[in-house]
Design a protein. Structure first.
Length: 268
């Protein structure tokens, strides 16, 4: 199993406060990887560092085997598309105009869209089910539709790797499922590498091939949903005692209920 991203011994912090220290992990290529952990554990910080939004104080990150600090921004944007936690679009943009921004890495200064650009834009709009909305203003759309438009913009970049920080936040249950089913389809049909942060552990388990669990800036465990979603790991991560069953749609473990643990943290 080859790696899309490799994180080696990074240290990241804000204003002299260390958030992640000596952290290493690999993210497999052509798989869906989800990062889980309690609030404030460093999930978004890791995503921002991998995306080069934040700079690591030490360590190295490799994208397709190349150190990201040796790549220019356009070169990274041709390999990896980023959807931040709170994506804000300029006012007055239509869906088509927003999605066309995904072609920015390929365009010359002041250059118009090429035939290839239009092909990528129309494909991204089609695959995200937005054809009937392509001329609609982003501001007039529902949360789920807007999120699909942002994903379409990321897809229009034509990258092999798609990184999303909490893509289902603020969406209702149906829209959460809609977004994750789309990402699953893109992974299976287009071989896209998907890396995302999710708060809902059951959705993370259901849709992931690989999971990374963090707490207090440290790697607690990593592996398949079966390896990560265990009683011991959820006790360590969230101080809960969970009851599990298999998801009828994926076969991966999901928990049906939980209560606060009275035991000391332990891995397992």
């Amino acid at each position: 199993m080859s790696d899309a991203l490799e994180v080696q011994n990074i240290q990241v912090g804000y204003q002299n406060r260390s958030v992640i220290e000596d952290f290493s992990v690999t993210i497999p290529k052509n798989k869906i990887t989800t990062i889980i952990g309690p609030n404030g554990c460093g999930k978004s910080t890791l995503i921002k560092t991998v995306s080069r939004i934040l700079k690591a104080e030490s360590g190295a990150i490799f994208l397709d085997g190349k150190a990201i600090n040796t790549l220019d921004t356009r070169e990274i944007a041709k390999k990896m598309a980023i959807l931040p936690q709170t994506a804000e679009s300029p006012g007055g943009l239509s869906v088509f105009e927003l999605v066309s921004y995904g072609r920015f890495p390929y365009r010359k200064a002041m250059g118009s869209l090429s035939k290839e650009d239009y092909e990528h834009i129309h494909w991204a709009i089609d695959v995200t089910g937005l054809n009937e909305f392509k001329d609609r203003q982003i501001s007039d759309m529902s949360g789920g539709q807007r999120q699909r438009a942002w994903i379409a913009m990321s897809l229009a970049q034509g990258t092999d790797t798609l990184v999303l920080d909490e893509p289902t936040t603020y969406l209702d249950l149906a829209h959460q499922l809609e977004i994750l089913l789309l990402l699953k389809r893109l992974n299976e049909e287009e071989n896209r590498t998907i890396v995302m942060v999710l708060h809902d552990l059951n959705l993370a388990s259901r849709f992931s091939d690989y999971m990374i669990a963090m707490k207090d800036g440290d790697l607690i465990t990593k592996g398949t949903p079966e390896e990560v979603m265990t009683k011991g790991h959820l006790r360590t991560l969230f101080n809960i005692e969970a009851e599990f069953q298999s998801c009828p749609y994926s076969g991966h473990p999901v928990f049906t209920s939980y209560h606060i643990s009275k035991q000391e943290d332990s891995h397992g």
